[in-house]
Write a protein that binds this ligand. Structure first.
Ligand code: MTE
Length: 321
């Protein structure tokens, strides 16, 4: 991953939380989910959250009270190497990928392997809103209101067995739809793959997102379904997933395979362990510009240590980076 120059986004575009909540009331008008418990994000209980194409109940959860990154930035400043290495490439080209039909296969060490189709993926589970920090290993970050459900809820449906120690995820592999996969200069061995330990996968913070900002996930953000692991560097949050395989062996992952000395399997956000080529002590919170870099200190486990530190008790985080 390369560090690119910062984007120039005027501070006037920064959306504060209450402005966004007002805007939300005017969003799309099909399926309406009632917020069963909205105290965390300051909404009135029972206020409708509109989410096109899905039905179910939603529980709002703010896992940070920081200012949200404007939706415009969330969908125009992306990493999705299947569509190019530039931050603007995914927004420009991810529309070339079709998500309907879509199949997500769940297999391996499970009692009931099976396939979910687009409708099950987007509406087959109770949806929640989760406001999480997202910290990229390149040292920029955002605050994003995702819509989705815990990965654990999906996995339980397929009944993992006692041999399931890890979970491997795979992105769509189709060079006709993904121009980055037909690039001769790409060093990635496609498809993009990621993995988690089973206890990380089952952790209640680990989310599968199908929407953002009250809308169906834009293609560039990983439509129709992507992982969000908020205490890990963003590259663990794999996009446009077509396969979830439970295994007994730790899976190989894309970035670890490319540069193991730079990108570890665990990839927990850690200001105390620098990337070999740059510091991880601080991050550029988007929107950010040359004159207003908006640099803030990075937090261990991206600020989610209270919830997840126990998963790594006794582990040397310098060795298992
Ligand atoms: N998933 C796939 N399939 N391909 C990618 O290139 N990039 C990762 C992650 N998921 C990536 C991916 C990286 S490096 C980051 S920081 C996040 O997606 C960015 O998510 P966003 O573009 O929605 O902010």
């Amino acid at each position: 991953m390369l560090i690119k120059p910062s984007v120039d986004i005027p501070s006037s575009e920064i959306t504060n939380h209450s402005a966004w909540l007002n805007r939300r009331q005017f969003l799309g008008a099909s399926a309406v989910m009632m917020l069963a418990n909205s105290s965390a994000s300051g909404l009135d209980a029972g206020q409708p959250l509109k989410f096109r194409g899905a039905a179910g109940s939603a529980v709002a959860g703010a896992y940070t009270d920081e200012i949200l990154t404007p939706f415009a930035d969330v969908k125009r400043y992306n990493n999705f190497y299947e569509f190019g290495t530039g931050k603007g490439d995914p927004a420009r080209y991810a529309g070339e990928m079709s998500i309907d039909p879509w199949s997500l296969r769940v297999e391996g060490e499970v009692a009931k392997p099976g396939v979910l189709h687009l409708e099950d993926i987007q509406a087959g589970f109770d949806l929640e809103e989760r406001i999480y920090r997202l910290r990229c290993v390149e040292a920029w970050s955002m605050v994003v209101p995702w819509i989705g459900y815990p990965l654990a809820n999906l996995l339980q449906r397929f009944q993992p067995n006692s041999r399931a120690r890890y979970v491997q995820f795979q992105t769509l592999h189709d060079h006709r739809q993904m121009r980055g996969q037909r690039s001769f200069t790409s060093s990635i061995d496609w498809p993009y793959v990621e993995g988690l330990r089973i206890d990380e996968a089952m952790h209640p913070l680990t989310l599968l997102a199908v929407g953002v900002y009250g809308e169906v996930l834009p293609h560039q953000n990983g439509a129709p379904i992507r992982l969000v692991v908020p205490w890990k560097y963003g590259f663990k949050s794999i996009k446009s997933i077509v396969s979830i395989r439970l295994t007994g062996k730790r899976p190989k992952t894309t970035w670890e395979s490319l540069a193991p000395q730079e990108y570890g399997f665990y990839a927990n956000v850690n200001p105390g362990v620098d990337h070999p080529r740059w510091s991880q002590k601080t991050e550029r919170r988007l929107p950010s510009s040359f004159f207003e870099p908006n640099r803030i200190p990075t937090q261990l486990f991206n600020g989610y240590g209270e919830q997840v530190a126990h998963l790594y008790q006794g582990m040397d985080l310098r060795r298992y980076y």
